[in-house]
Design a protein around this ligand. Structure first.
Ligand SMILES: NC(=O)c1ccc[n+]([C@@H]2O[C@H](COP(=O)([O-])OP(=O)(O)OC[C@H]3O[C@@H](n4cnc5c(N)ncnc54)[C@H](O)[C@@H]3O)[C@@H](O)[C@H]2O)c1
Length: 450
């Protein structure tokens, strides 16, 4: 029996897939002194990293990443050859869904290439989010095609990545890491790896399937909680009650091991995880004759929020005696989440598309998103500055609230805006004082549920 991850002083790792997760994990490990090789099949991804460009707006990541690349602690390549030399191989490729079905091409590709390089004693850790059973039924057999046996020649564990964008580095270092092993030795080796490298707390799950479900249950809960917050917001809006006040006070009630924790309503739920992980759960359940009703309901509620936001804008403009046709609307924030430039499945896109279909003159500004990507995805050249976007706007829709917007004072820019103007707050959650100030200076305000 080969022992995985023996007690050697210096640990080396290979990270397969240098996207958002792979880059963050590789940079953090390299920062802890692990010799890391980052492998991606996309030459553009590797070219960008070699040119020392960090494509992700993640606090602290560019510095950490460039430091690791400069010091040689992190090497990047499209070549799988160095993977065979690593003690630990971490798989962080994309696992999108089409409809509700896992698109496993990236995962298969990574496992097939890795199988040909795998050597006795290596530990493989899967971080990509997968439906329950995929580590055992897809990943292990693909890796064994190289001739080695899981649990005998190489170790295998599933350790879900639970970081969220905007706080990735902090969460990578501080969140407990769930470990589900193929066997006891695999689980023990994976736990030792995380403890010895980033010093993380490790939680042992009894199986890979349990760890797979841990990840999915977390995102199912978040999506469902936000759906409830969004419906609460729509009701509070109709009652003329401030949803933020209701949530803040409701969340002081103790329940279970903590407090009630209603999350925040918004223009919608986007990104690459919350829009797909609940569907992975739903499909996995259906395949086992378990009917999950909460998944489609939450998805439907959250997917309806962009249309609700458009209605809100339409109604607020009507109060000002304006229609959408020909009206200038400044959209601040194109990303799916505050303080990121990530445009994947952004709910801002259906808002902008609907407004434009209805004849509005929409200007989009997002200082964190790549302008070429905004142009490609929105079919519209983004404004070069906030001031450009705000020129003549009768509605300012703040749909992602980046810290970079803190310096934009709509009151000071009153003359740039149209004579009648409403601030529509899709997730800025302005304080009562700020809202009062807007109103004192002739700016109307309406938030989701406020
Ligand atoms: N983005 C998040 O916030 C987040 C958080 C937690 C978990 N996850 C999960 O982590 C995984 C990765 O997510 P991501 O956002 O980093 O995806 P991503 O699309 O940003 O990155 C995936 C990378 O893998 C590369 N790749 C594809 N096939 C490959 C192969 N055969 N070998 C090597 N590289 C290959 C792609 O070129 C791409 O650069 C997904 O399963 C996702 O669900 C993501």
């Amino acid at each position: 029996m080969v022992k995985f991850l023996t007690d050697q002083e210096k640990i080396s790792a290979a990270v397969l897939g240098m996207g958002y997760v792979g880059t963050a994990v590789a940079a953090v490990l390299a920062g802890e002194g692990v010799g890391v090789v980052g492998v991606d099949v996309d030459p553009e991804v590797i070219g960008r990293l070699e040119a020392r460009r960090c494509p992700f707006h993640e606090p602290g990541l560019p510095e950490l990443l460039l430091g690791a690349l400069d010091s040689g602690g992190l090497r990047v390549t499209t070549d799988y050859a160095p993977v065979g030399e690593a003690d630990v191989v971490i798989i962080a490729v994309g696992t999108p869904v089409r409809g509700t079905e896992l698109v496993d091409a990236q995962l298969r590709g990574a496992c097939e290439r890795l199988a040909a390089r795998l050597r006795p004693g290596q530990l493989v850790i899967l971080k990509s989010t997968v439906p329950p059973g995929v580590s055992r039924k897809l990943v292990a057999p693909l890796l064994e095609r190289g001739g080695l046996k899981a649990g005998v020649d190489f170790g295998l564990a599933f350790c879900p990545e639970r970081l969220s964008e905007g706080r990735a580095l902090h969460e990578l270092r501080t969140f407990p890491i769930a470990v589900g092993g193929w066997c006891r030795d695999s689980a023990r080796a994976a736990a030792a790896f995380w403890r010895r490298t980033i010093g993380a707390e490790v939680i042992d799950c009894t199986s890979m399937e349990s760890a797979e479900m841990v990840k999915l249950a977390g995102n199912w809960w978040i999506d469902h909680n936000i759906a409830m917050a969004n419906e609460l917001a729509r009701l509070c809006g109709a009652l003329d009650v401030d949803v933020l006040e209701v949530i803040a006070v409701a969340n002081t009630m103790r329940k279970g091991t903590g407090n009630v924790n209603i999350l925040l309503p918004s223009v919608g739920v986007g990104g690459s995880c919350l829009t797909k992980d609940p569907w992975m759960v739903w499909r996995a359940a259906r395949e086992r004759a378990v009917d999950l009703e909460t998944v489609p309901v939450a998805r439907r509620v959250n997917d309806a929020m962009p249309a609700h936001t458009v209605d809100l804008i339409d109604r607020e403009l009507a109060r000002l005696g304006l229609g959408l046709e020909g009206t200038r609307i400044a959209v601040l924030g194109a990303a799916f989440k505050n303080n990121t430039g990530d445009l994947r499945a952004t709910p801002v896109l259906p808002v902008v598309a609907a407004l434009r279909r209805r004849g509005a003159d929409v200007a989009v500004f997002d200082p964190l998103a790549d302008p070429a990507e905004v142009h490609r995805i929105f079919g519209l050249a983004p404004a070069a500055s906030a001031r450009d976007a705000l020129k003549g706007a009768a509605c300012v829709a703040v749909l992602a609230r980046h810290d970079a917007f803190d310096g934009i004072d709509f009151v000071a820019l009153r003359d740039t805006l149209a004579e009648s103007c409403v601030i529509v707050d899709g997730r800025a959650y302005y304080s009562k004082e700020t809202i009062d100030r807007f109103r004192r200076h002739g700016l109307a305000y309406r938030g989701i549920g406020r």
